[in-house]
Design a protein around this ligand. Structure first.
Ligand code: PEP
Ligand code: MN
Length: 410
């Protein structure tokens, strides 16, 4: 197995027509090679290893440079030559940005929406690569996409969340890439299914791909959350415990809006992610896809400046703990939403009672509910004291809310 890659980056000074200092961009094959050292190799084409063995195969750190995170930025979609070139030229001036992303084929929920520029977009994306020296990454969903992406010198392929849910598609992509040693970043499937995600890694691994990384982009959730895709941090953490692959957090698709980006990016770094993917557009409000979550290069610069990058020296203990803390944060966030939802329902009951002349407090019903909760909670290992305290507080707040509803209507 070799780490050497022939990724077709031109080694010329023309990487910086914008006058950006040399050290601020990736330019040339050696730099790109260093950059992609983030990718922990595991297994070989001749001797692919099973998922369970991977962690034992190589426990080397994700980065050779202990304090660098791989920052991937660029628009959700490549829309026009001017859009991608001007975005890339602004991004290359941000030293932390090491790779340019751009969607060429866009999976859309409904027909007739903008579905990407296809091959024409690849021409422009390659132009952006040559103009800035930034390696380029795009999503591939079919073997035809793979063929075209390779033809237009795409450096890194990623597999989208909607594709990873379908083992047929993943296998087709793995077959199309058999024998091609290109980095492939695998997004989590839309559904919170760790095995499906692991299975996708296994398929690429068996096809001989050695440079794999995971992208966490959050999960579809059964109810509304402040996020577009609920992070469920524990799942990517578990993945990195099972598989020795770098983890990149796609903050934009987790958040779905600009407001949550900063805090979520920081949280990802605190959980010891190896990199961030952020959607960036020269004019986000005019973006053809995902406008609400995209930011300008200037805003990205500010966001990155306000992040605290953790040292990568910390061991597994720290990361495991961070995973558990992330899980606690998710649970607290769910508890808050459930409490708010409970209050809303309680208010609706208050309105009904008012209309039908029923008293607010029906003590018998409440006593029975509380006894049931205590019995159920004890079966789950919770103390009766805790259940009493929590539900008493919740019930009191509910009564007050209903009381206000009934009073207000007079
Ligand atoms: C994207 O990165 O633009 C995209 C479509 O992502 P996902 O597959 O995570 O939805
Ligand atoms: Mn997008």
């Amino acid at each position: 197995m070799t780490n050497d890659m022939h990724l077709g980056i031109e080694e010329t000074d023309s990487c910086h027509p914008s006058g950006v200092p040399m050290e601020s961009a990736v330019c040339g094959q050696q730099e790109l090679h260093n950059l992609l050292n983030v990718l922990r190799p595991y297994g070989t084409a001749q001797n692919p290893v099973g998922v369970r063995d991977i962690k034992q195969v190589d426990s080397s750190p994700a980065f050779t440079d202990q304090d660098t995170s791989l920052i991937i930025a660029g628009p959700c979609s490549v829309e026009s030559e001017d859009q991608i070139i001007s975005t890339a030229q602004a991004l290359v001036q941000i030293p932390e940005v090491k790779m340019l992303r751009g969607g060429i084929w866009k999976p859309r929920t409904r027909p007739d929406a903008f579905e990407g520029r296809g091959e024409q977009g690849l021409v422009w994306l390659r132009e952006a690569k040559h103009a800035t020296g930034l390696p380029i990454a795009t999503e591939v969903a079919t073997p035809e996409h793979v063929e075209l992406a390779l033809k237009y010198e795409v450096d890194v392929l990623w597999i989208g969340a909607r594709t990873v849910v379908n083992p047929f598609s993943v296998q087709q992509l793995a077959d199309a890439l058999n024998g091609v040693d290109i980095p492939v970043f695998i997004k989590n499937p839309v559904s919170p299914d760790l095995n499906l995600w692991l299975g996708a890694f296994e398929r690429f691994l068996k096809a001989g791909l050695t440079q794999l990384a995971a992208i966490h982009r959050g999960f579809a959730y059964y109810k509304e959350t402040p996020y577009r895709n609920f992070p469920m941090w524990e799942i990517p953490i578990e993945l990195t415990q099972r598989l020795n692959v770098p983890l990149i957090t796609d903050v934009s698709h987790i958040c779905g809006n600009r407001e949550l980006l900063q805090a979520t990016a920081q949280k990802a770094l605190d959980l010891a992610t190896d990199g961030l993917m952020l959607e960036c557009h020269i004019n986000p409000d005019a973006a053809l896809t995902d406008g609400k979550q995209q930011i300008t290069p200037d805003e990205l610069k500010l966001l990155l400046a306000n992040l605290t990058f953790r040292s990568r020296q910390s061991g597994d203990v720290e990361r495991d703990l961070a995973g558990l803390r992330g899980e606690i944060d998710d649970i607290d966030s769910e508890l808050l939403q459930l409490l708010a939802r409970r209050m809303e329902v309680s208010e609706q009951i208050g309105e009904y009672k008012k209309r039908n002349n029923v008293t607010v407090v029906q003590m018998d019903r409440w006593k029975k509910i509380l006894a049931d909760h205590i019995a159920t909670g004890e079966e789950m290992g919770l103390s009766a004291v805790l259940i009493n305290k929590v539900f008493d507080a919740v019930h009191q707040a509910s009564i007050e809310r209903q009381g206000r509803v009934m009073g207000n209507e007079d």
